[in-house]
Design a protein around this ligand. Sequence first.
Ligand code: GLU
Length: 332
Amino acid sequence: MRTTPPGYRPPPDILAPMTSSRPDRAARGAGRYAPSPSGDLHLGNLRTALLAWAFARSTGRRFVLRIEDIDRVRPGAAERQLADLAALGLDWDGEPLLQSAREAEHRAVVARLTAGGRTYECYCTRREIQAAASAPHGAPGAYPGTCRDLDDAERARRRAERPPAVRLRAEVGSFTVQDRLHGAHTGLVDDFVLLRNDGRPAYNLAVVLDDAHQGVDQVVRGDDLLPSTPRQAYLAAVLGLPEPEWVHVPLVLNPHGQRLAKRDGAVTLADLAAAGHGPAEVMGWIGRSLGLPGRVRTAQDVLAVFDEDALPREPWVVDPAGWAAQRAVGTS
Ligand code: GLU
């Protein structure tokens, strides 16, 4: 049964709630969380995932997951990661995307860039790159372009020695992105690797293509990835893909100022549960670390009080050994 006449357009006031008060908050696409299944998620990962979810949901976006399994994969890790996200009360739209399932598309895009003269083969070993990149003159950390202008004979000779990686022929040396927390960030863009020399897609390529493929227009992730973002935004521009909104959130650090890791002690939901700290308590800790008012126990509690402007800009320093001690004191 037809309920609206043909050609019906809703009057402007029906659309108004979506678009009027804060146009930058109108529903557009999706936010995402994209863990690498190399192990269990620790508190830092969980906090970033919660933030990505809260940013997406508080702006009316979909929230999608992607398992970035083109690097190190530990069997069973992806399943445990999804179970942990669900245990914290995060929900997502559709099935998580397996990045490895898109390798053919990744390679097809590189083939197109290559056909347009936008790539070149690189035969450098890691050691050669390190030696060349630390030489005086070039930008620190930049690939110095050793293989950029080789002639055909030289390429044939080098190709016989070792399989090539494929690099982007960048036409800029830097690129500026706008980050919601960091403001304008200008960073290095060099001739970065698109396909590794085992033929597999490199992270900077896969992340750009898969975010576009999943309709992601808001990327919330740890601020350790801010330095890679100019490269990714530049690649999106080269490919004519829309650039997402960037939100690089502070990391969780151990008392030595290093990024939190499994070796720091009880930092995964499983470890913490074994030590008597269930998901609701962990959510409470994360909520406090985010400066949220009241006592949050679920992801929905977080969403109810989530305020992007009140987010701390400093890392959260945690001492898992301290928790154990606290608990021992509390239970003695
Ligand atoms: N897979 C990456 C990681 O787990 C995150 C990539 C991203 O968020 O862009 O560190």
